[in-house]
Design a protein around this ligand. Structure first.
Ligand code: ADP
Ligand code: MG
Length: 260
């Protein structure tokens, strides 16, 4: 199982939108996908139509108790897509995790201990911080997918993120890499978008995906219907972009099976 965390310590840059729609696009190609909602706001869970009653065990349980991964997984209405939902309990997890000796390795342990071959890929939707929840994700995965909004301070936030990645690599997870940066809420009519995009590509080169995610109102409407945009309106520009991004992501994975 490939493990990818979707991370950026800035809020509102498109992490959750990317998590939901990439997970759906990958499931649509026949992959078995597991999405772990690691944000106490639980937007990925809500955006996939899970109500509070569906969230019996959650990512909180996965981190702080010895409940197995399998017991925390809930199916979604998207065929091939399972989710470990988040509940508000997770907002207390950062404090509770401090009590554990291996506080940065709780998620990795839970994933390593599970029968993970039932999924081809695991995506983790991170919260907007570089706290213990995001660190747990960075220790548990082999790569990061970083959504970046084309705005003035985008690169500044990114350098802070990359410094954290370096620290995690040095101390806990030598194999961690940034598999891609995706430009989100891209607005071709906006000069600043173009300028920031050029800067980001000049600075980071190939790590930036060719595909950009346009600013698209359908992407922002879909979660209120409890549906991925790819199901809510599979023909909208946003959905098309995520299908292209999923293709690009697959092409970047080493030795992946070509899905049916
Ligand atoms: P994050 O998880 O990084 O905080 P979200 O994915 O929740 O970011 O996005 C923040 C807000 O912007 C949400 O209301 C979402 O619906 C909206 N949004 C995200 N991506 C787009 C896009 N490409 N076009 C329009 N709205 C978007
Ligand atoms: Mg989010």
């Amino acid at each position: 199982m490939v493990r990818i965390a979707i991370a950026n310590q800035k809020g509102g840059v498109g992490k959750t939108t990317t998590a939901i729609n990439m997970a759906t696009a990958l499931a649509a190609t026949g992959w078995k996908v597991l999405l772990i909602d690691l944000d106490p706001q639980g937007n990925a869970s809500t955006g996939l139509g899970l109500n509070q009653n569906d969230r019996v065990n959650s990512s909180y349980d996965l981190l702080v108790s010895d409940i197995s991964l399998e017991e925390c997984v809930t199916p979604t209405r998207v065929p091939g897509l399972d989710v470990v939902p988040a509940t508000v309990d997770l907002s207390g997890a950062e404090v509770e995790l401090v009590e554990f000796e291996e506080r940065t390795h709780r998620l990795k342990k839970a994933l390593d201990g599970a029968d993970i071959d039932q999924w081809d890929i695991c995506l983790i939707d991170c919260p907007p911080s570089l706290g213990l929840l995001t660190l747990n994700a960075m220790v548990a995965v082999e790569s990061l997918l970083v959504p970046l909004q084309c705005e003035f301070f985008a690169l500044e936030g990114l350098s802070q993120l990359l410094q954290t990645v370096e620290r995690i690599r040095a101390r806990f997870n030598r194999g961690l890499s940034v598999m891609g940066v995706v430009l989100t809420m891209y607005d071709r009519r906006n000069k600043l978008t173009e300028q920031v995009s050029d800067d980001v590509r000049a600075c980071l080169g190939n790590v930036v995906f060719d595909t950009v995610i346009p600013r698209n109102v359908r992407l922002s409407e879909a979660p209120s219907h409890g549906l991925p945009a790819l199901i809510y309106d599979h023909k909208c520009m946003g959905s098309e972009a995520y299908i292209n991004l999923a293709r690009e992501l697959i092409s970047r994975l080493p030795e992946r099976k070509v899905a049916a």
